[in-house]
Structures are given as structure tokens and as C-alpha cells.
Design a protein around this ligand. Structure first.
Ligand code: BDP
Length: 328
């Protein structure tokens, strides 16, 4: 038997086993994920792939690479745009450098609450941001939860913006977050997620900011014990696919993938609520000193320069910003 006949026979056998429509080619997707395997995002991504494989009768399968082993988030976003990475789950924070529209959700205190964020993302605001992503080669499938981000550091509890003064704070890679820290006279250091633990431990930075599950799952709480619930950023996340991969699919497959994405987001949002509560318990049991912020108004007021600069630099996004700010 020649190699060619062997390959043809194997493919035909696989096609029979999975009941492919003749002529449809199989796709095997590579998925990027930064989180540990038991994280809500990770579990939901696996359920997404399982549903896609099942509903396409095995035509579309894949693998999620957890723990950021396929590289940093900004790099992975670029790779997805190029079609080297098929799909991934990304914070819209670092996506701002590639897709300007996503920056509106990285503005501090832009959403008045998490339910508001869901409602707006599942409607007009999400659609507008999604169009911006498609323009840049990224197909959004669904919006995942990431709660609210708060500051933690190893020096002191933060109660007012003045407490941030002089602190070296790690931020995600986006100029907006640098400006956010500078507006409180802190020193911002953009840095990859994977480097934060060591940098906190060795004092390269004094602190960082994140939601409870990330603060806990990375063990950052072990090296930065003051967690101050400023909840200054509510940044949604996206399960999304390279447009190049998307375009390889039939319309039926695209529909299956979209529906599986949405179902996985519902699941992820449920898992998220449980994990947030569990993470808060773990960090407190581990010695974290948590303080809530009675009055967030001074923090909101400190963000005026961030908004002023953003709107001056991006006048075309004014309407989108106002759509969120004026939402009832
Ligand atoms: C987590 C996000 C993840 C980011 C990370 C960070 O889920 O996508 O990479 O924060 O701070 O909450 O870099």
C-alpha cells in the first residue's frame, strides 16, 4: 500500500467513524489560556471544546493549552489575529493595544456594577466592541466573567488614592493602566502575568491589582497581603476565535461554535461566582488583610485625567463611552 492510499484509507475510516459529511475537512483547534486548570475560565473552555466536538460529530476538535504555556497574552492576541492560534480566552484589558474599541471597558469605574456590565456587554456595547474586534481579525464568541479588580500590595492597606502614592504597581500591558496608576502618583510597571509572583516576592514591584480568583490562584496573596477592595476595573473577558479559523468553517459549524461559546459563558459565569467566594476564603485563611472602601468617590475623582486623555486621543469612541456611562 502506498503512503497516499494509506492516508486516504485512514481519513476515510475517520470520516466514517465520525459520520462526516463527505468533503468536509476536519479542524483541530489550538486554544490559548493563561489560567490554571481548575479556574472557571479553564473549565468553561474545556466544556466549549467538548460541545463543539460533540455537535460537529468530531469534525472540529481541539486542545486548550492552560497556564499560559503558549506565551504571554499580548503575543497570543497577535498570534490569533494572524491565525497561528485558533482561539483563546482573553481579558479585554491587554486587547486594547490591538483593538481600540475594547479600551472603553478598561476605563476605571466605567461600569456601575457587574450586572450592568453583563447587560451592556450582552447588548449594544458588546456588539460595538465585537465589530471592532472583527475588523482586527478576531471573532468574539461570548463574554466571560472576571469580576472586579482591586489593589493588593505588601506595604500598606489602600483606603484613599493618596495611599497609592509612591507604590510600584504592576499593571496589564495597556497605556491606560499606566495612566490610571500615575493619576494617583504611583509608579506603574506593565508586566506579563506570569512574572508578577516573582516580582512581588523580590520587591521589583510592591503590588498589583486583580480579582479574587486571580489573586488567589497565582498565590500572589502569599507575597502581597494587603487586599483593598477598590473594585476600580470591571473588565469583561472574551472567548474568541481567529477570523482566519472562523472562515474555514461552514455556516453550520459556525453556528455550533457560536452556540457552544454562549453556553460555555453561562456556565463560566456560574462557576465564577462560586470561585470568587472560595478565593476570598482562601486568601483570608492565608493571612490576607482585606479592607473594603467605604467611599469610592475619591478614587473615581482621581481618574479624571485618565478619561480626559482617553477622550482627547480617541474622539471617535466618545459615543461608546457615553453609552456606558449614561446607561440606566
Ligand atoms: C486576570 C485575567 C487574565 C490577565 C490577568 C492579568 O483573567 O486574562 O492576564 O488578570 O492581570 O484576571 O494579567
Amino acid at each position: 500500500m502506498t503512503i497516499l492510499t494509506r492516508i486516504t484509507r485512514t481519513t476515510a475510516a475517520a470520516a466514517l467513524a465520525f459520520g462526516f459529511a463527505s468533503g468536509a475537512s476536519a479542524l483541530e483547534l489550538r486554544g490559548w489560556n493563561i489560567h490554571v486548570e481548575d479556574y472557571p475560565v479553564s473549565i468553561a473552555m474545556e466544556s466549549f471544546l467538548a460541545e463543539v466536538a460533540e455537535k460537529t460529530g468530531g469534525e472540529i476538535t481541539g486542545k486548550v493549552y492552560h497556564n499560559g504555556v503558549l506565551g504571554s497574552q499580548p503575543d497570543a492576541i497577535e498570534q490569533m489575529r494572524l491565525g497561528v492560534m485558533d482561539f483563546g480566552e482573553f481579558s479585554l484589558g491587554p486587547m486594547g493595544q490591538a483593538v481600540p474599541e475594547t479600551n472603553v471597558v478598561s476605563l476605571p469605574f466605567i461600569f456601575s456594577s457587574i450586572p450592568d456590565m453583563y447587560r451592556l456587554m450582552d447588548g449594544e456595547v458588546g456588539d460595538a466592541i465585537g465589530e471592532g474586534m472583527i475588523d482586527k481579525g478576531i471573532m468574539p464568541l461570548a463574554w466571560y466573567a472576571a469580576g472586579a479588580r482591586s489593589f493588593y500590595n505588601s506595604v500598606r492597606p489602600i483606603n484613599t488614592p493618596a495611599d497609592v502614592e509612591g507604590l510600584k504597581v504592576r499593571v496589564m500591558s495597556n497605556d491606560l493602566f499606566v495612566k490610571m496608576i500615575e493619576s494617583m502618583d504611583g509608579n506603574a510597571t506593565p508586566m506579563a502575568f506570569a512574572e508578577v509572583y516573582q516580582s512581588l516576592k523580590t520587591g521589583v514591584v510592591d503590588g498589583a491589582e486583580n480579582n479574587p480568583p486571580s489573586y488567589e490562584s497565582t498565590s500572589h496573596f502569599e507575597v502581597a497581603k494587603y487586599y483593598s477592595l477598590t473594585e476600580h476595573l470591571i473588565i469583561p473577558e472574551c472567548l474568541c476565535m481567529s477570523l482566519k479559523t472562523w472562515e474555514k468553517m461552514t455556516p453550520e459549524q459556525q453556528e455550533i461554535v457560536k452556540a457552544a461559546g454562549r453556553a460555555s459563558a453561562e456556565y463560566q459565569r456560574e462557576l465564577w461566582a462560586d470561585r470568587e467566594a472560595a478565593s476570598m476564603e482562601i486568601v483570608q485563611a492565608g493571612g490576607t488583610v482585606v479592607n473594603s472602601i467605604a467611599d469610592k468617590a475619591p478614587f473615581q475623582a482621581a481618574m479624571t485625567p485618565v478619561y480626559d486623555k482617553f477622550l482627547a486621543d480617541n474622539p471617535a469612541l466618545t459615543d461608546l463611552v457615553n453609552l456606558i456611562r449614561n446607561a440606566e
